[in-house]
Write a protein that binds this ligand. Structure first.
Ligand SMILES: Cc1cc2nc3c(=O)[nH]c(=O)nc-3n(C[C@H](O)[C@H](O)[C@H](O)COP(=O)(O)OP(=O)(O)OC[C@H]3O[C@@H](n4cnc5c(N)ncnc54)[C@H](O)[C@@H]3O)c2cc1C
Length: 405
C-alpha cells in the first residue's frame, strides 16, 4: 500500500485548508443567520453563492469527480484528504460543489449518461446552476432491500409513465433542484436484479407533488427531505438512464464512491469535534482545575484520536484499493468504512457534546447538528446492518469455499 500524497494532492490540500480558514469557517454563522432569516428555509443563503464563486475562481471545484473529462480527475486516494478537510464544516462540501446528493448524481451522468443527457443535466450541475435529487426509498416498503421497490415505470409509446411514492428524497425542496433521478420497477417479471430502471425526471414535470418536508431529528435541512408523489408522470423514453433493467447495477455504481465520500467527510466531522472538545476542556474549569485534567476526559480525547487515526487509515486503504483494483474488488472495504466512519464520527461527536455540557446540546456550537447528522447517516445510503451483512458474507465466503474445495 502506498498512501503518499501526490504533489497535486498536497498542493490542493494546502490551498483547500487555507480556503477553509479564510472563507468557510468564518462564514458558518453568517450562513446560519441568513438561513434563519430567509422566508424559505430551503433557499440558498447569499453567502453560499459568494463562497462558491470564490472556490470556483480558485480552481477548488468538482474535486470529487475522477473523470478527467468532466471533473478534477483526482484518484480516490488524492480526493480522500480533500473531502476530509471540506467535511470539517457542514457547509464545506457544497462550497466546492462536492456535496451529496449531487455528487452521486453527477457521477451517474458522467458514467452512464448519453451525450444529450450530459449536455442537458451534467453540465449545469457541474456549474452549480442547478441541483438534483435521487428518489429511491419508499415509505411503504423496506427500501434497504431494493428488490422491494414498488414505484412503477411503464413504457407507453415513446414515453415512460411513473407512478409511486418516494420519501426522504433529499434536495428536492431546494429551489434550484431541477432534476430527479428516480429508481423504479420497469419489468416486474424480469430476473430480480433486472427489474429496476432509472429515469431522469425534470423537477417541474406535471404529476410530481412534494407532499411534505421530512425532518432530521427535528431539524429542517436546507436541502429538504421530501415525501414525493409521482402520479402519471410522463417523460420521453430518451430520459432513461442506461438501459432498461440496469437500475440496480447503476445504483451500485452510484453508491460505491458515494459511501467512500461519506466516510471521508466523516473523518472531518470527527476531527472537528475532537478539536472543539480539546479547546473546551482546556478553557473550562471545574473541581479545582481545567476539565482537561480529569482522567476520564483525557481518556475520551485519547480514544478519539486513536479511533480517528484507525479510521483514516482504513479510508486510505479503501480509496487505494478502489484506485488499484476497482470498486467491485474493494466492495468489502467500502462497506466496512461506511459503518466504521459513522460509528467513529458519532462516538467522537457524542464525547464532545458531553464535554461541552449544556452548550453541546445548544445550537451555539456545530456539535448538536453533527450529532444528528452522524446518527442519521448510519441509516441513509443503506443502514449499517446491510453493510455489515456484506462484510460478514465476504468473510464467511473464504471458509465456505474452503469447505467445498
Ligand atoms: C437523512 C436521510 C437522508 C436520506 N436521503 C435519501 C435520498 O436522498 N434518497 C433516497 O432514496 N433515500 C434517502 N434516504 C433513505 C435511506 O437510504 C433509507 O432510509 C435506508 O436505505 C433504509 O431504508 P428504510 O428506511 O426503508 O429502512 P428499512 O429497509 O425498513 O430497514 C429498517 C432497519 O432494519 C434493519 N435492517 C435492514 N436490513 C437488514 C439486514 N439485512 N440485517 C439486519 N438488519 C437489517 C436496519 O437496522 C434498518 O435501519 C435518506 C435517509 C435519511 C435518514
Amino acid at each position: 500500500m502506498d498512501f503518499e500524497f501526490t504533489p497535486r494532492a498536497r498542493e490542493l490540500r494546502d490551498r483547500l485548508g487555507s480556503f477553509m480558514d479564510q472563507h468557510v469557517y468564518p462564514n458558518e454563522r453568517v450562513y446560519d443567520r441568513q438561513l434563519a432569516e430567509a422566508a424559505d428555509p430551503h433557499a440558498l443563503p447569499p453567502v453560499m453563492r459568494e463562497l462558491k464563486e470564490k472556490a470556483r475562481a480558485e480552481g477548488l471545484w468538482n474535486l470529487f469527480l475522477s473523470h478527467g473529462d468532466w471533473g478534477a480527475g483526482l484518484s480516490n486516494l488524492e480526493y480522500a484528504p480533500l473531502a476530509e478537510i471540506a467535511g470539517r464544516s457542514l457547509i464545506g462540501p457544497e462550497v466546492f460543489n462536492c456535496s451529496a446528493p449531487d455528487t452521486g448524481n453527477m457521477e451517474l451522468l458522467a458514467l452512464f449518461g448519453t451525450p444529450q443527457q450530459q449536455e442537458r443535466w451534467l453540465v449545469p450541475l457541474l456549474d452549480a446552476r442547478i441541483r438534483s435529487c435521487f428518489a429511491m426509498t419508499e415509505p411503504e416498503v423496506a427500501s434497504s432491500d431494493p428488490r422491494n421497490l414498488r414505484t412503477r415505470i411503464t413504457r407507453d409509446g415513446d414515453e415512460y409513465v411513473v407512478d409511486g411514492r418516494k420519501w426522504y428524497t433529499s434536495g428536492i425542496l431546494d429551489p434550484d433542484c431541477a432534476l430527479i433521478i428516480l429508481m423504479g420497477v420497469s419489468d416486474p417479471d424480469a430476473p430480480t436484479y433486472r427489474q429496476q430502471s432509472m429515469l431522469l425526471i425534470p423537477r417541474d414535470t406535471p404529476g410530481v407533488t412534494v407532499l411534505r418536508d421530512l425532518p432530521m431529528f427535528g431539524y429542517t435541512d436546507r436541502l429538504g427531505h421530501g415525501e414525493v408523489l409521482f402520479e402519471g408522470v410522463r417523460v420521453p423514453a430518451a430520459n432513461l438512464l442506461g438501459r432498461e433493467g440496469e437500475g440496480f447495477a447503476l445504483a451500485q455504481g452510484r453508491l460505491g464512491p458515494g459511501r467512500m465520500h461519506y466516510a471521508m467527510r466523516a473523518v472531518g466531522f470527527a476531527e472537528r469535534a475532537l478539536e472543539l472538545m480539546c479547546r473546551r476542556v482546556l478553557a473550562r474549569e471545574a473541581f479545582g482545575g481545567p476539565l482537561a485534567d480529569q482522567g476520564v476526559i483525557r481518556e475520551w480525547i485519547a480514544r478519539s484520536r486513536i479511533e480517528i487515526e484507525q479510521l483514516r487509515l482504513l479510508v486510505f486503504k479503501s480509496a487505494w484499493l478502489m484506485d488499484t483494483v476497482g470498486n467491485a474488488a474493494a466492495r468489502m472495504e467500502v462497506a466496512a468504512i461506511k459503518v466504521a466512519a459513522l460509528e467513529v464520527a458519532h462516538r467522537v461527536v457524542d464525547r464532545a457534546v458531553q464535554a461541552h455540557g449544556a452548550a453541546g446540546v445548544s445550537d451555539d456550537t456545530v456539535l448538536a447538528r453533527l450529532f444528528s447528522v452522524t446518527r442519521a447517516l448510519r441509516i441513509a445510503d443503506g443502514p449499517d446492518e446491510v453493510h455489515l451483512r456484506t462484510v460478514a458474507r465476504q468473510e464467511l465466503r473464504r471458509y465456505t469455499e474452503e469447505a467445498t474445495a
